[in-house]
Design a protein around this ligand. Structure first.
Ligand SMILES: *Cc1c(COP(=O)(O)O)cnc(C)c1O
Length: 376
């Protein structure tokens, strides 16, 4: 027995609930064919060029990685028309959220989070003992800057805007972000998470980078886990005015991004073809799924991401569980306070065929039972 107490602030941290891993469901059900549409991963896999880059540096694993990720920063800076001083490379965007929290949040500070959204923002605040001020999204999960501005107090330090927003797929149009930045006091940092920016196709979408270029108090989050298909390697980056990046560098560990991740990210950025194919598959997949959902009489939210939030109603949990027995892993909405919803990632044509067959047969059964009045 010991009496070692952990910090009180940690009591408010809820453990992260990841989507069920493939192998776990395979083990549980003895299924061979399992598909995972639960974590917004790239269904085409990583770029073959990224995989080749990893093979090419395997004999250098005895060396520490580049602490400053110089090559990766250079290529990102030239691609995005930025200076390397405006960049920080991190162990996934998740690490960056923690680093931002460690850099800027005192226990007396508040963060504003439109919800439902990505849970890591709350984690970062709770880690520092700061307060989370949730602001509900508007009608049909749209952003509303009036409610965000109304939540601002003298303690507000960070405002998180996830656009396209996980799990709703809605986004903050460029004019709205411009207005928000204009109206906010300059001592508040907007954390603009555009992890899904590459999938956004609407004209009035912005990934936020233009506001970094004009030196606004904003940090843009990006990741190699989604369209670049490198979620397993853990690499992402932040883009902000130089002084903000310099502040965050105080808390960055020297070797936070491993050498395989750095090499793969450089190669992935150069593989335009893979990015283009991934985006195209996603755009087509969204439209296909909208059509099927409409035919099935299911409500959904139009998405600018690589996932769709679908309303299944009171039977959503049942549908989620039954999809598992069909070997289909999706994300149940209760973690976002959406017990009637399921979030489905866009998959390949083969995956969609399995998904659609499974949903159709589950709904058919549920609805015939309902019809007889057994289930309400
Ligand atoms: C997936 C995701 C990220 C990026 O996560 P990584 O740590 O880079 O894998 C960031 N923000 C949101 C909203 C996400 O869904």
């Amino acid at each position: 027995m010991n009496q070692i107490l952990k910090r009180k602030a940690l009591d408010s941290i809820k453990p992260y609930t990841p989507g069920k891993p493939l192998w776990e469901l395979q083990d549980e059900l003895g299924l061979q064919e399992v598909i995972k549409l639960a974590a917004n991963e790239n269904p085409l896999g990583a770029s073959p060029k990224a995989i080749e880059a990893i093979f090419n540096i395997l004999n250098e694993l005895n060396r520490y990685p580049d602490a400053h990720a110089v090559e990766l920063k250079k290529i990102i800076a030239s691609r995005l028309d930025l200076k390397t001083e405006q960049l920080i490379i991190t162990n996934g965007a998740d690490e960056l959220i923690t680093l931002i929290s460690e850099t800027f949040l005192e226990p007396s500070d508040e963060i504003i989070v439109p919800f439902p959204s990505f849970s890591e923002y709350d984690f970062g605040a709770h880690l520092m003992g700061a307060k989370v001020v949730p602001v509900p999204l508007d009608h049909e999960y749209q952003f509303n800057i009036e409610t965000i501005l109304a939540a601002v107090t003298e303690h507000t330090k960070l405002i998180y805007i996830c656009s396209p927003n996980n799990p709703t797929g809605t986004y903050m149009p460029k004019s709205m972000l411009e207005k928000l930045l204009h109206l906010l006091p300059k001592n508040i940092l907007v954390v603009f998470d555009s992890a899904y920016s590459h999938f956004a196709t609407n004209e009035d979408y912005t990934n936020g980078l233009e506001f970094v270029r004009s030196d606004d108090p904003i940090i843009v989050l990006q990741t190699f886990s989604k369209i670049y298909g490198l979620a397993g390697l853990r690499v992402g980056f932040g883009v902000a005015p130089k002084s903000i990046i310099q502040s965050i560098l105080h808390v960055k560990e020297p070797f936070n991004v491993n050498s395989l991740a750095q090499a793969a990210a450089v190669a992935a950025l150069r593989d335009h073809e893979h990015v283009k194919r991934s985006r195209q598959l996603n755009t087509e997949g969204r439209v296909q799924l909208y059509k099927v959902l409409s035919v099935l009489g299911l409500e959904y939210t139009e998405s600018m991401g690589n996932f769709i939030l679908v309303k299944f109603g009171v039977h959503a949990n049942d549908v989620y569980q039954q999809l598992l027995t069909h070997g289909v892993i999706v994300r149940y909405g209760d973690i976002w306070g959406l017990p009637e919803h399921i979030r489905i990632s866009i998959g390949t044509q083969e995956e969609f065929t399995i998904l659609i067959e499974a949903i159709s047969s589950i709904l058919l059964k549920l609805r015939s039972v309902n019809f007889k009045g057994d289930v309400k």
